[in-house]
Design a protein around this ligand. Structure first.
Ligand code: ADP
Ligand code: MG
Length: 393
């Protein structure tokens, strides 16, 4: 691929800037899920063992170029300290000026975490000036932020173009290997499960993979746009009116290519997305007036489960229902179990899907749990990823 990996590079006595993805899901100032941080530890540890000075940088949320104190990386510095068990220095800004001296005085093997990169307007603007400033902190650049690899942002794109010694970390290596398996040599039958909120987020992937898979399983709110495209009543379910035609086209292409495309045959319906809402299970694929389809029903779980169990390769992206609410978690939970029990090659991706499997504390094993939502979709669509391109010398 023309990209160097961190274990092929000399890091001793170097100032190594590592772009990590510490964009962890937070709720009320608390970290809800630290998968991305944990997955970046092998790269950080390796650089430490090699005797580098390490400068870590990440974004968190969408502060839009302004300082938003609840999006500070400070709580994440504490978590990092917990995992590394040694001093982690936190810098309250992400600019080069204040940090140059800190890096100079740092011991080899120690770690500096910069404040949220997106507090600086230059980050999302892919500012060469901002990247130039950051480049003054280091002599080696490593990207291990797989979740941000599709972004044209200064720390991902402009910066590695400036630093001549650059490469990718272990997390990116692992992600690329796992996703490449899906593109190159998946064992058949190959099934993809696509759920989540919006057709528009995932239609690109569905279009790309249509010729490669044996079955497409659709769940989540997405399913209702497809059902509408088939002329089935969807009640108050979320439907993207402007995507009905796109959905209809995909249904026709699937039919022509003899790919099984499955939609829910029953639903758990509710009045609204709340824990205490009244719920019903429909008899068939129609959603009655006044109700909203919030999860796949028991017959659908059984049907989907059978197809998943018979598959040798499974890729899953997007929850099958509004799993954050107790009455609508079963579909996602059961599908997580079935995918987890499958002894073939199984990949789960998508921010909410990964949050779901972790929230269920399912002990089932997946071949790969991707830390990238949009990034893994774009990779599978064969799109050029700016962060990877910038690493090529
Ligand atoms: P991912 O992050 O895994 O790619 P998405 O962001 O596409 O997933 O979608 C996740 C969201 O979709 C969740 O917040 C979930 O509540 C919502 N969702 C899933 N099914 C439904 C449904 N039937 N009605 C409303 N919202 C749904
Ligand atoms: Mg999401």
């Amino acid at each position: 691929m023309g990209i160097k990996y961190i274990d092929e590079m000399a890091l001793a006595h170097k100032k190594v800037f590592i772009r990590v993805d510490f964009n962890l899901p937070m709720k009320d100032g608390k970290i809800v899920n630290d998968l991305r941080l944990k997955e970046s530890l092998p790269t950080i540890q390796h650089a430490r063992e090699q005797g580098a000075k390490i400068i870590l940088a990440s974004h968190l949320g969408r502060p839009e170029g302004k300082i938003v104190s609840k999006l500070s990386l400070e709580p994440i510095a504490e978590l990092l300290l917990f995992y590394l068990k040694e001093s982690v220095i936190f810098s309250h800004n992400c600019e080069a000026n204040g940090n140059k001296k800190i890096v100079q005085d740092m011991k080899e093997g120690s770690v500096l975490l910069l404040e949220n990169l997106r507090f600086h307007p230059g980050e999302e603007a892919n500012s060469v000036h901002f990247a130039n400033q950051l480049s003054k902190l280091c002599n080696v650049y490593i990207n291990d932020a797989f979740g941000a690899i599709h972004r044209i942002h200064a720390s991902v794109e402009a910066l590695p173009k400036i630093v001549s010694v650059k490469g990718a970390g272990f997390l990116i290596k692992k992600e690329i290997e796992a996703l490449t398996y899906l593109l190159k040599k998946p064992k058949k039958p190959y099934t993809i499960i696509i759920g989540g909120k919006k057709v528009s987020d995932k239609i690109g992937l569905l279009n790309c993979l249509l010729d490669q898979v044996d079955a497409i399983i659709i769940g989540g709110a997405m399913a209702y746009t497809f059902l509408r495209a088939m002329g089935i009543k969807t009640g108050n379910s979320l439907v993207e009116e402007d995507k009905i035609t796109v959905a209809r086209d995909l249904l026709q292409r699937a039919k022509k290519n003899q790919v099984r495309l499955l939609l829910p045959i029953d639903h758990v319906v509710g009045k609204r997305l709340r824990d205490d809402t009244p719920v019903e299970v429909t008899l068939g694929s129609e959603v009655p007036d006044g109700w909203m389809g919030c999860d796949i029903g028991p017959k659908t779980i059984e049907l989907y489960g059978k197809i998943i169990s018979e598959s040798q390769t499974v890729m899953w992206n997007g929850p099958l229902g509004a799993f954050e609410f107790k009455p609508f978690e079963t579909g996602t939970k059961k599908i997580a179990e079935t995918v987890g029990k499958n002894r073939g090659y199984t990949v789960v991706g998508g921010g909410d899907s990964v949050a779901a499997i972790q929230a269920f504390k399912s002990h089932y094993k997946f071949s790969h749990v991707s830390t990238g939502g949009g990034a893994s979709l774009e990779f599978l669509e064969g799109k050029i990823l700016p962060g990877l391109e910038a690493l090529k010398s």
